[in-house]
Structure formats: C-alpha cells, structure tokens
Design a protein around this ligand. Structure first.
Ligand code: SF4
Length: 351
C-alpha cells in the first residue's frame, strides 16, 4: 500500500470497527491482566471456545495477586480442556514475578512485558497496544492473511515483512483500536476460504480484490497429517480413591495422570494393558476392559482403551512405598488431573 493511502485505510477500518466489533468479554474493561489472559488463551483456541474458559478463569482468579497465590493445580484445572498446559504454568510463573518485582501491577514497558514467562513478541505487542494504547505492532495468522491480500502478494514472504507493515500502519494515538480492528477484520470478514469482500470496509485498498485473486491468496501450505494413536489407560481404585502416577515423560499434559501407555504397532490393547499391569502390579491385579473413548490432542486422534481394576491393601502399600504414585480422592482428582482425557476416563468409570 502506498504511504499516501495509509491514512484513508486506517480511517475506513476504524470506522467499521466501532460499528461492528463483537462484544467479547475481554473487550469489556480491557485491563492488562484481562488482555493478557485472553491473548494467551486465544493462542491455540478459537474465540467461541475460549469465552467460557475466560469467564470462569477471571471470575475465580480476578487479578494478578489471586493468580500468583493460587495453587498450580487449581490453575491447571481451570485450563483443563484448552490444551498446551505450559501456557497455564507460564501464567502462574509470570504472575508470581509481577507480584514479587512490581507489587502486582502489570508492567507497561514493552521490553519488560516481553521478558515475562510465556510472553513472546505477539503477546507483548497485544498487551502494550490493547491495554496501554502503545503503538506496538502485532502479527497473527488473521493479520498475515489480511496483509498479503491487501498487498496482492502471491509468494512466500519473510515474517519480517508483516511486522514492518504493521509497524508502518499502526497509528500512534489509536494503536489499541487499530490492532484489534485488523484482528477483527481477519476473523470476521477477510475469512480464509471465502472472504466477504462486498462487506469489507477496506476493499478499495485491496489489490487481491482488484485482481480477483482473493481465493488464491495467501498460498496454502499442506496440512499436517492426522496421526491415529491407540493408548491404554488404567483406572485402578482402592477404598474410593483412584491411582495416579507421575508422568514426567508422557505426551499427555499434567504432572499427575492415570497410568497410561501407547499401544505399540503390532500389539493389541489387551497385550499393552497386560504389560502395564505387569510393570505396575507384577501382573497380579485382575483388570477388565471397560470402554474405548475417542479424544483429540492437536493432530493426534486418540483411541483410549480404558481398563479398570480394584487394588488390594498390599498392592496399595507397595505402590505408596515407591513414591511415584498417589491415591487421590474425588476432590483431589479434580485438582490433580489436568488432562480432559483422564477426567473423561474417570467419569466413565463412575457411571
Ligand atoms: S477486499 Fe476481500 S480480500 Fe481484500 S481485505 Fe477485504 S475481505 Fe480481504
């Protein structure tokens, strides 16, 4: 876009945004804390799915102090179902740092925000622009698509190009609204498959529209292949409690989980369940197949074979002595099981 057109482009976009923006909960009262939580949630989650999580999270933990002082298990439980749990752990670490160094007041200096755990260039830019109205650029998937269409770009271009354009376009006095307007345009009008060009407020500035190339820009990359995974999960009970194991190297998130193992190729779920039984209980615990649950984690499509069994007193003592297991009651399970797959498995056994 030519420099002399930028002003008109901004005005058209901002006018449209004032009229058509969605009333999202984090846009009401956009404090740095609320903007931060929402931006971290939206990194890998659709707006529609993030809304109930956001509302629940800020109701329970309304500010930096309450987040910093909450047990990590509680934060992970509030995050359960959103996936990518390192995000929740980093929120906790960052809140503790803010409480310790800045008395619980969110820092407003870009470099300081960028230094917080879990905050990269995008999130730092979003917080500083949306909450503090600083002219910092933001670039996400929606904004990249809008930029390549507006500029009619038909080749792969380096990431720097997008940041340079946003740095050039973001206005000093209306950075918050401009950045949100760019995101909103990508999310509601300049859609990936079928952009709604007749309703677009900046169509007269758009080279893709001018050349009728909206459906071929941007170039699409091949999708990541779906991987099918079979796992065996044991729900072992003893006196109303359920056995949890530490899962330091598991692909399922969380510090504690149900005993789980991937079914190797060439092995049946029964054989995998038996070998897990051998490892944990020396093969002495009678277990039975209960159900198969379907679950997705990113591009993995998981078939989870649930087996149940009741432990005896001796087995329970042996496991406790080992120190890598824990017998959790119902209340503890809610806090300790952060994976929604594990929670579903326990739920299924309660039926
Ligand atoms: S005119 Fe169409 S392709 Fe261009 S920015 Fe607007 S919605 Fe996107």
């Amino acid at each position: 876009m030519k420099p002399e057109k930028i002003e008109g482009f901004r005005n058209s976009l901002l006018k449209w945004y004032h009229k058509h923006r969605r009333p999202l909960p984090w846009r009401m009262n956009p404090t740095p804390y609320r903007v931060w939580i929402s931006e971290i949630m939206l990194q890998q989650t659709q707006v529609k799915s993030a809304i109930p999580y956001f509302n629940r999270f800020v109701k329970r933990l309304p500010d930096i102090a309450s987040l910093a002082q909450a047990p990590v298990e509680e934060i992970l439980a509030l995050w359960s179902g959103l996936g990518y749990y390192s995000r929740a752990r980093n929120l906790h670490k960052a809140a503790r740092k803010i409480l310790e160094y800045w008395g619980g007041i969110f820092p407003n200096e870009y470099k300081t925000v960028l230094s917080l755990p879990g905050i990269g260039r995008y999130t730092a830019g979003a917080i500083c622009s949306i909450a503090f109205n600083q002219p910092q650029p933001v670039v996400d998937g929606n904004i990249r698509r809008v930029i390549v269409r507006l500029n009619g770009i038909r080749s792969y271009i380096p990431e720097k190009y997008f940041w340079d354009r946003m740095t050039e376009w973001v206005p000093w006095e209306k950075a918050s609204e401009f950045n949100q307007a760019m995101m909103e345009l990508g999310a509601t009008i300049c859609l990936p498959a079928q952009p709604l060009c007749p309703r677009c407020p900046v169509r007269r500035y758009c080279l893709a529209k001018k050349q009728n190339l909206q459906s071929t820009i941007p170039l699409t990359k091949p999708r990541k292949a779906i991987v099918k995974v079979g796992v065996v999960i044991l729900v072992i009970r003893y006196r109303g409690k359920v056995l949890l194991t530490r899962q330091d190297d598991s692909f399922i998130p969380g510090k504690w989980g149900l005993p789980v193992r991937i079914v190797p190729s060439g092995q049946s779920p029964e054989e995998t369940a038996q070998s897990l039984n051998n490892k944990l209980f020396g093969g002495r615990l009678p277990i039975e197949s209960l159900a198969v649950l379907k679950h997705s984690i990113t591009h993995n499509r998981i078939s989870a074979h649930i087996y149940t069994g009741n432990a005896t007193g001796i087995i329970s003592e042996l496991l406790e002595a080992e120190g890598r297991t824990y017998w959790a009651n119902d209340l503890q399970l809610d806090g300790m099981l952060t994976s929604s797959l594990f929670r579903k498995a326990v739920q299924r056994c309660r039926k």
